[in-house]
Write a protein of this length. Structure first.
Length: 409
């Protein structure tokens, strides 16, 4: 089942429950615009390389389109569309005035040097600058992209449209970025992990956590939870996975990864296979890498009590059903990882007001938004006797549906 079939299934389940007509469901699922462009560039060795770039603009009923930009070899149109729809429900769920979009380039960034990465990014902006912008569609970092890439996007966009820092978020703090944006998704994941454990009367102190993916989201979530007493017992990335049942020293591990590029062969640990990582006995499993990693094959063997979806779309619907039968609680992606887009919104607000917030204000506002969305989702799940994913979709789709109906066609 593709990522899009998964997200569509969750949508239809919620929309049917809300009694939305078939026509309304079709309207809400159909993307408003899909852009697919050739990104051709000269590599440093003089050869011409051709990449394919995508931007899918799903729904702007509640405001300008918003969504990350992913550089990954497996990026395709279907995946980008599914991620764009997730952004629509996510921005509505945390109640920020945006619609949903997503973009990507099919590329293995490990094979590019920094000047090639910069040229690739600038060429992509050349192709899409007329469909993005501060009131149209605002990209942000995702897998394979970072603050530096966002700085190049801003700079290239400004060559066409003049000074416009709000055209992209996740920029470096020294260049119109927001304090707290880099840590925001991981912080939100950590915060809501604690909220869920509290609701379930579980002790955070010593709670065993396993994290797949040790990039931006995985490292900040690990640090947040480690600092508050949880025990990070296993982590993995694209190159390998490790475990230490006594708990990993997270700050030291992050320092190691910064130097070595991977968690692989970290001294205070033993290796585990990528598949075993997901099957470790623990209280909380946090997939924070790619989509589709929890499947009907491995779901029966997962030994976690809670799954916090830091990655987008990590769980196949069949696996979701198995987790429900096994009473494993899943905190869905559109809620768990919404911290990033929330602070992106704060960055956009600061850029437009030319007024910088300090880190304490960013963190306070983020924690408030995330806690509010969690509380509403939890309460709806309890009242309607549905799981957290369905409750989150009901809230998100409900808000987009009402905005669409009020605005009219
Ligand atoms: P990143 O590129 O910083 O890190 C990704 C990590 O996953 C790296 O450690 C990489 O080695 C690992 N990885 C990649 N492929 C893997 C595989 N097949 N198996 C195991 N590990 C693998 O990316 P990120 O920004 O941390 O994003 C991670 C996930 O979180 C993505 O699904 C992304 O869509 C989602 N997300 C990110 C943000 C954000 O603000 N960065 C916001 C919302 C959602």
């Amino acid at each position: 089942m593709s990522g899009r079939e998964s997200t569509d299934r969750y949508f239809h389940e919620a929309a049917d429950m809300m009694g939305l007509s078939a026509n309304m469901q079709r309207l809400l699922l159909t993307p408003e615009r899909q852009v697919k462009v050739q990104v051709a560039m000269k590599m440093d060795n003089g050869e011409i390389a051709t990449f394919i770039g995508f931007r899918v603009q799903h729904n702007k009923a509640r405001g300008p389109l918003k969504g990350g930009l992913r550089y990954h070899p497996e990026v395709d149109e279907d995946e980008v569309l599914s991620l764009a729809t997730l952004m629509t429900w996510k921005t509505a769920l945390v109640n920020i005035p945006y619609g949903g979009a997503k973009g990507g380039i099919q590329v293995d960034v490990r094979k590019l040097n920094p000047s090639e990465l910069e040229r690739l990014t600038r060429r992509f902006v050349d192709e899409i600058h007329d469909v993005i912008g501060p009131d149209k569609d605002i990209p942000a970092p995702d897998m394979g992209t970072n603050a530096q890439v966002m700085a190049w996007i801003m700079n290239q966009y400004e060559k066409y449209h003049g000074f416009n820092p709000a055209c992209v978020t996740g920029k470096p703090v020294e260049l119109h970025g927001a304090d707290g944006r880099e840590e925001a998704t991981g912080r939100g994941v950590g915060l809501l992990t604690i909220s869920l454990l509290e609701k379930m009367s579980e002790d955070l102190n010593g709670a065993r956590i396993v994290i797949q993916g040790f990039g931006n989201v995985g490292t900040f979530a690990a640090r947040y939870l480690f600092e508050r007493g949880a025990k990070i017992v296993a982590v993995g990335d694209a190159f390998g996975a490790i475990r230490n049942p006594d708990g990993l020293n997270v700050p030291d591990l992050i320092e190691y990864v910064t130097k070595q590029g991977s968690v692989k062969e970290y001294p205070e640990s033993e290796p585990v296979s990528a598949e075993e990582l997901l099957l470790q006995e623990c209280e909380v499993l946090i997939p924070a890498a790619v989509g589709g990693v929890l499947t009907k094959e491995n779901a029966p063997h997962v030994r976690a009590k809670y799954i916090i979806e830091a990655a987008n779309n990590p769980t196949h619907p069949e696996a979701d059903d198995i987790f429900e039968e096994r009473n494993i609680i899943v905190l869905p992606d559109i809620l768990a990882n919404a911290g990033g887009v929330t602070v992106s919104y704060f960055e956009w607000v600061q850029n437009r007001q030319h007024f910088r917030w300090d880190l304490d204000r960013v963190r306070d506002e983020l924690d408030r938004k995330m806690s509010e969305a969690f509380a509403r989702t939890w309460d709806l799940a309890t009242t309607k006797k549905v799981n957290l994913r369905l409750a989150a979709y009901l809230l998100g789709i409900g808000r987009v549906g009402r905005a669409t109906a009020l605005g009219g066609i």
